[in-house]
Write a protein that binds this ligand. Structure first.
Ligand code: SF4
Ligand code: SF4
Length: 131
């Protein structure tokens, strides 16, 4: 049975992987086999710091929020996220900023973009092509 200290160390080591870019805290839309990360932030993302305003209770407050492990399994983290770990067969999502062909469809889902487009998270992740 794992002791509390070991569990705490595992948790801290996992948390330390995150570089706080905030990219994964933006809404995503799937088009066929392509997942598009939009520039529409989760309502709980502080876009000035890229930190979650409700982190300890994020899963209760935001039903769409998921663990890093689940996000990797769903192909929802950017390809250069440390949790992806450079997996060569990872189906990395694309950024809406790099794929304007999805703009119209995304606007239909998030009409608020037409009047007020939130700023994308910083730093912008390195561009990565789908494997
Ligand atoms: S994309 Fe990865 S590094 Fe960036 S905030 Fe999300 S988990 Fe952290
Ligand atoms: S609730 Fe989840 S998706 Fe929203 S800002 Fe917090 S960690 Fe990101």
């Amino acid at each position: 049975m794992p002791d509390d200290d070991a569990e705490k160390r595992r948790f801290e080591a996992s948390e330390a992987l995150c570089r706080r870019c905030g990219v994964c805290c933006h809404h995503k839309v799937r088009f066929g086999d392509v997942v598009v990360i939009t520039d529409v932030p989760c309502e709980f993302l502080d876009t000035a710091t890229n930190l979650c305003a409700v982190y300890p209770e994020r899963f209760r407050r935001q039903p769409l929020c998921s663990t890093a492990e689940s996000s990797v399994a769903a192909g929802a983290l950017p390809g250069d996220c440390p949790y992806v770990g450079g997996k060569s067969d990872y189906p990395a999502p694309v950024l809406l900023a790099d794929h304007p062909e999805y703009e119209q469809a995304v606007n239909a889902i998030f009409p608020e973009r037409l009047g007020h487009a939130p700023k994308p998270a910083k730093p912008r992740p390195a561009r990565r092509s789908r494997p």
